[in-house]
Each structure stands twice: as C-alpha cells, then as structure tokens.
Design a protein around this ligand. Structure first.
Ligand code: PEP
Ligand code: MN
Length: 287
C-alpha cells in the first residue's frame, strides 16, 4: 500500500486514518468470523459473561444463563488488569481451563484478555478471541504479538485514547498481517463522575465511517451501573453497533469483580428480548 495514504487530509476532523484500517483502502466491511458468528455482518453479536472467572459453579451457571438467553459468545477474565494489586487478579490458567469446559458444555466460543506478550501463546491455545484491554491499547509489543497470530482480536479503546490513537493501535495488529480485529468502545475518561466512564456512542458511526473494521460497545465498563446497561445497550444497537459485550453474573451481589455493573440472568434475558426488537427496527438481526 502507498505510504502517502497514511496522512490523507480528506479524512474527518483532522484525524488521519492509517492505511490498513482505513475504509478507503477497503470499502467493504471486514467480517470477523468466529466459528460462524460474523462480526460486521447483518447480525448483531452478543457477548456476555462474568467480569472474571471465579470458580466452577459461577462460570458454568453463568454460561448456561448466557446461552439460554441467546448470548452468542462467552466472556470471562482469567488474567485480570485490576487497578489495585490487592484485588482479585483472576485464576490464571485454571480460569482458562474453566472457560474451555464452559465452551464444551454450552458450545459458546470464548473471549478472554491477554495482558502480556509472554502469555499470548498460552492464552491463544484456549480462547477463540483474544481481548486486549483498555489499559493495554497502546502496549505496542503486545499489539505486534497478537498481530502475528491468525486469530480474532477484540481491541478495547484506551480510556484516554482519541479515535485516531485507537485506529493506530488497530493498525499495529493489521500491519503484522492479522486483519481479524474487532474494535470495542468501552467509555473514556472525562470530567464526569456519575458514571464510571463516559460511553462515547458517537464512536460507533465515526469508527464505521473511517474504518472497515467491526465496532462493538461495552455498556458495562462504559457506565459502571447495572441499571444503565440496558438503555445504553439498546442505544448502541440503534446507533449501528455490530455487537455488544456485557457483564453478566449468576449472582451479581457476590461477584469478586464488577458486580455493580453486572446484569443478573433475568435482567440479561429481558434485555435480549428488547435488543432483538431494536435490531429488527434498524435492519439487523440478533439470531
Ligand atoms: C474487561 O472487559 O474485563 C475489562 C477489564 O475492560 P476494560 O479493559 O475495558 O477496562
Ligand atoms: Mn469488568
């Protein structure tokens, strides 16, 4: 590709979009296929599950609830990027084994986070999608490492990253030859304190305008409040998001991490019914 495309002045808002993620270099949307579940297609993909894998019962019960409500992919952190070193850090490889068992029992593909280049090989042996968390969006060695795989990557927007920085981070992955990247807006830091982050829903149309990559929304970390997840999830689908990633826990009040923003199985089930109606209204499907 021509290197002078890198700073194409014709792009919106002074943001220069790097060449490989740029919609101009590839007008058709990129479809990221995970076992037949297609991000970037007409289908809106629903990912749900606990913030962290905590134990056998918690994961299996939550996974069953996600599956029976119509969730398509199971999330769950085994290696957790906690702000405090004294908080639960995840079960590590034991958590990956539980995720593998949950996939076997439910048929749901798995997404889990990788925080460290040294863990890429281990984690990619267990998971269907590798998640790069907000705190690691600009961890360039990690981006290059997952770029060398041929496995889908869910890249979360850094909490202080501009759209341009976000797209440049994705470019690192594509530049290594891995084009299976799903962009995830999960809220940014602003002066506002009533929400955990400020969920930037305008990132959906903007990213889809600038790039061919699929875009999903995380209303759980985006708001930090369980009761705000349904309205923001619905708004995201109405705004054209290709999917959602949401925290669901079989007993949110007992969660070791992020219970306050996790939906109960009943709340998730009710939300799925509403999301299907919204998807249909905007010409999308939730299967
Ligand atoms: C997560 O999804 O588990 C997570 C830690 O999110 P973020 O990286 O967006 O904070
Ligand atoms: Mn969480």
């Amino acid at each position: 590709m021509e290197s002078d495309n890198y700073n194409d002045p014709a792009v919106m808002g002074g943001c220069s979009v790097p060449v490989r993620v740029n919609r101009k270099s590839k007008p058709d949307p990129t479809i990221v296929d995970v076992n037949g579940i297609r991000f970037g297609s007409k289908e809106v993909v629903i990912i749900a599950g606990p913030c962290s894998v905590e134990n056998h019962e918690q994961l299996m019960e939550t996974a069953k609830a996600v599956k029976s409500a119509g969730g398509m992919i199971l999330r769950g952190g085994a290696f957790k990027p906690r702000s405090s070193p004294y908080n639960f850090q995840g079960l590590g490889e034991e958590g990956l084994k539980l995720l593998r068992e949950a996939r076997m029992k439910t048929g749901l593909p798995i997404v889990t986070e990788v925080m460290d280049t040294r863990m890429v090989e281990l984690i990619s042996g267990y998971t269907d999608i590798l998640q790069i968390g907000s705190r690691n969006m600009q961890n360039y060695p990690l981006l290059k490492e997952v770029g060398m795989l041929r496995k889908p990557v869910l890249l979360k927007r850094g909490m202080m990253a501009t759209i341009e920085e976000f797209l440049l981070a994705a470019e690192y992955i594509l530049n290594q030859g891995n084009e299976q990247v799903i962009l995830c807006e999960r809220g940014i830091r602003t002066f506002e304190t009533t929400t955990r982050n400020t969920l930037d829903l305008s990132a959906v149309p903007m990213l889809k305008h600038l790039s061919h990559l699929p875009v999903i929304i995380d209303p759980s970390h985006g708001t930090g409040h369980r009761w705000m997840v349904p309205p923001m999830a619905k708004a995201a689908v109405a705004a054209g998001a290709d999917g959602l990633i949401m925290e669901v826990h079989y007993k949110p009040e007992e969660a070791l991490c992020d219970g306050h923003q996790s939906l109960s199985p009943d709340e998730f089930t009710r939300l799925m019914i509403d999301l299907k109606k919204i998807a249909q209204a905007v010409g999308r499907d939730i299967c």
